[in-house]
Design a protein around this ligand. Structure first.
Ligand code: NAP
Length: 318
């Protein structure tokens, strides 16, 4: 594997990582970005992003991220795809990123690995993956044209994706464990106005049933205890996300939910390792926030390199 030491290695190729890459390369910092798959992160799964500034009519996630990638590459960002980082070790000021098939050295690291949709671990969820169970309405929604589908969860993602599914499906049932949605008011209003949406309140899914593919979900009402098998062909889970930080759990301070704790410069508990975007412990998980944090992490990483450089000169002078 590549033995050349980079100034900064960015782990993760979503909006945070790509923006960090853009800022670093535009400042002539030698940066490489590694992504365990193709670049893009969760944003590419969004059918329409309506709250990223500069796109008054909204923009598809794939298009937005594609433009970010093009822009970063224009300034020379080197991108390594299918490069999974399994750990980082430190020796003095040198950092080694361990990959599945080798290693790479850097003087600073920006972690922008995002998070992944949470699984519920109920019977049938694993078994029917790709056969009716999905975590991506954009990818799989069109497969359920005129059929009944179910969305689990009551947050922004659940409602946004349920509205997207309503374009294809005959009926979309939102199953939520509480008596009201947690989603933003504009989404709640849109959901109320969408005739294809139905709601099952105070309800939890306990099993996915079927033959070759999904044909029903077992739903239990937590108030009445009633158990019903609701016929559906597809079930989309939007019950939150888990940060992709396990590969650093021995090295960095994480919060209780596994998000990377940083200071206001986005530096983690290890000097020279920064975090940006959804993997960072922060309140508002949005594409625009991730991009902003990518820029800030890049600036802080650059500041760190300058500090380390200055320290080296000083130590060398003595
Ligand atoms: P979220 O806000 O954490 O919502 C998760 C939903 O799943 C909640 O309704 C939660 O119920 C439910 N849930 C969690 N665990 C469950 C379980 N075991 N069984 C049943 N239900 C369960 O996650 P999200 O919707 O993915 O959003 C994540 C972040 O991204 C949020 O900050 C959101 O604002 C942001 N986001 C923004 C947009 C946008 O601005 N357009 C779009 C998508 C996401 P409770 O309500 O009872 O906790």
């Amino acid at each position: 594997m590549d033995k050349k030491a980079r100034e900064v290695a960015i782990v993760g190729g979503g909006p945070a990582g790509l923006t960090a890459g853009l800022y670093l390369c535009r400042s002539d910092v030698d940066a490489v970005m590694l992504d365990r798959e193709l670049t893009g992160g969760q944003a590419i799964l969004s059918p329409l992003i309506e709250n990223y500034p500069g796109f008054p009519d909204g923009v598809e996630g794939t298009e937005l991220v594609g433009r970010m990638k093009e822009q970063a590459e224009r300034f020379g960002l080197e991108i390594m795809t299918f490069a999974q980082v399994t750990g980082v070790t430190l020796e003095g000021e040198a950092m080694t990123l361990h990959l599945e098939d080798g290693e790479l050295n850097a003087r600073a690291v920006i972690v922008a690995t995002g998070r992944n949709p949470r699984k519920m671990g109920i019977p049938g969820e694993e078994e029917y993956g790709g056969r009716g169970i999905s975590y991506c309405a954009t990818c799989d929604g069109p497969l359920f044209r005129d059929r009944a589908v179910m969305v689990i969860g009551g947050g922004d993602s659940a409602v946004e994706e349920a509205l997207h599914l309503a374009k294809f499906a005959g009926k979309v049932i939102i199953v939520h464990r509480r008596g009201e949605l947690r989603a933003s008011s504009y989404l709640v209003e849109r959901a109320a106005a969408e005739p294809k949406l139905e709601f099952m309140w105070n309800s939890e899914i306990t099993a996915v049933n079927g033959g070759e593919t999904v044909d029903s979900a077992t739903i239990v009402n937590s108030k009445t205890g009633d158990r019903t098998d609701v016929p559906v062909s597809g079930i989309f889970f939007y019950v939150g996300n888990d940060p992709n930080s396990a590969f650093l759990s021995d090295l960095l301070e994480l919060d209780d939910a596994g998000y990377i704790v940083t200071d206001e410069r986005l530096e983690s508990s290890v000097p020279g390792i920064f975090a940006a975007g959804d993997v960072r412990a922060g309140r508002f998980k949005q594409v625009v926030v991730a991009a902003g944090e990518g820029a800030l992490a890049a600036s802080s990483a650059q500041g760190f390199l300058e500090e380390v450089g200055a320290r080296r000169v000083y130590e060398g002078d003595r």
